[in-house]
Design a protein around this ligand. Structure first.
Ligand code: CA
Length: 224
């Protein structure tokens, strides 16, 4: 069986010769690569592209790697991050991991080791089991797309499921209408003006009336 393991990788690294070495190695593997030489556009690039792995240097001009990482995780960008750095003290390592890095590779490193770490991160991310979401008497299984309420199965449409999933991943967060409409339809699909209300109404009916709160003038929320 032929397994084509294509990956898109974002490299954020200001060291030109190191970056060129990484670029050539990734190219030989047939991976796609975008290379940024400072931290300023790292978040925007990830909003425009889906990367499988981010290779992130810490010492970067304009905006350092830890700041980039912190902002990524704050924006719910969960792409695996491998930190590449010469700052190899224990405290830097801990800081990186605390901010949500998945792995750490001290410079200098061999390209073969880099590739092995990248493959491992990618495998882990793909096999990552979606955890069961439990909220009060509601259970949502994102991998099987099934729901239960007080231990009884509840039939949900694809869009109802997507909407409830978004709420239950972030109880207490108030979501704007436009955000929720994007969850329902994705980009480019037409949105009927009352579709969101209809789905919210159906979810309240299938579970209980107080499940989803209307936040006047803003949107909707599920209580923490
Ligand atoms: Ca650097």
């Amino acid at each position: 069986m032929l397994i084509i393991d294509h990956m898109n990788i974002l490299l954020v690294e200001d060291d030109r010769s190191l970056g060129e070495g990484i670029r050539d190695a990734l190219k030989r593997e047939g991976y796609g690569l975008d290379w940024l030489k400072d931290g300023r556009n790292a978040i925007a690039a990830q909003k425009d592209n889906e990367y499988d792995v981010v290779l992130l240097d810490l010492g970067l001009p304009y905006k350092d790697g830890l700041a980039v990482l912190k902002e990524m995780r704050g924006n719910d960008i969960t792409t695996p991050v491998l930190i590449l750095t010469a700052r190899n003290t224990v405290s830097d390592r801990i800081k990186g991991l605390d901010e949500g890095a998945d792995d750490y590779l001290p410079k200098p490193f061999s390209v073969d080791e880099l590739l092995a770490r990248v493959r491992a991160l990618h495998r882990r991310a793909c096999g990552r089991a979606a955890p069961l979401l439990v909220y009060r008497d509601i259970q949502l299984d994102p991998s099987g797309h099934t729901a239960r309420y007080k231990d009884n199965p509840v039939e949900l449409s694809r869009r109802e499921f997507a909407l409830l999933n978004e709420f239950l991943e972030h109880p207490g967060r108030v979501f704007s209408r436009s955000h929720l409409e994007q969850c329902l339809y994705g980009w480019g699909e037409g949105i009927e003006s009352n579709a969101l209300e209809v789905h919210v109404h159906k979810l309240r009916k299938k579970f209980y009336p107080g499940l989803i709160q209307t936040v006047r003038g803003v949107g909707y929320s599920v209580k923490k």
